[in-house]
Design a protein around this ligand. Structure first.
Ligand code: ROI
Length: 169
């Protein structure tokens, strides 16, 4: 069994509902067991500022799938939820699902880089991750909690909870 942390983000078309639908799809998938999910957070856009605020969250999944097949399933869910891959770099999006961590592995292929390259700099990833994994050590040996102490929250605010229906307990 493998442990995967994923980041969820949306800032178009009722972003909180986008995240709820994505979480429902992940819980319904026989390929994943949902272990935990952070609060949903409102966050200021990173990149161009002329776009709406985001809703972000992080979830911990258990799976027997290799990382590349996790990526396939996440991209399927993005597409089912109306994600249009836009030309504009760092533009607004209806739903973004990223693999943040896959076990303790470092993966560097054309399609997939893990840990996610922005993990340590993005407050909307670090703080939600810290909420569900306060003791986490990254593959580079750094403690997530240490990264969080020197990272500004930039207005990041918990706005809602996702209620898990199935529990692995
Ligand atoms: N900014 C925030 N706050 N949250 C995101 O999920 C997010 N995703 C992105 C870019 C455009 C970099 N900015 C973001 O892809």
């Amino acid at each position: 069994m493998n442990t995967v942390y994923i980041g969820l983000g949306a800032n178009l078309n009722a972003p909180e509902a986008q995240l709820r639908n994505a979480m429902d799809a992940l819980s319904a998938s026989s390929s994943f067991t949902l272990a935990s999910v952070s609060s949903f957070y409102a966050s200021k856009p990173m990149g161009p500022q002329d776009q709406p605020d985001y809703v972000n969250a992080v979830a911990k999944l258990m799976t027997d799938l290799p990382a590349i097949e996790v990526l396939d399933l996440l991209q399927q869910i993005e597409l089912q939820h109306g994600r249009v891959r836009k030309a504009e770099r760092w533009g607004p999006r209806t739903l973004d699902l990223d693999i943040l961590l896959y076990n303790d592995e470092q993966i560097d292929t054309q399609r997939l880089i893990v840990p996610h390259y922005g993990l340590c700099e993005r407050e909307f990833v670090v703080f939600p991750l810290l909420e569900i994994a306060p003791e986490l050590t990254l593959p580079n040996g750094l403690l997530l909690a240490d990264i969080a102490t020197s990272l500004p929250r930039n207005g990041l605010t918990a706005i809602a909870q996702y209620r898990m229906t199935k529990s692995i307990a």
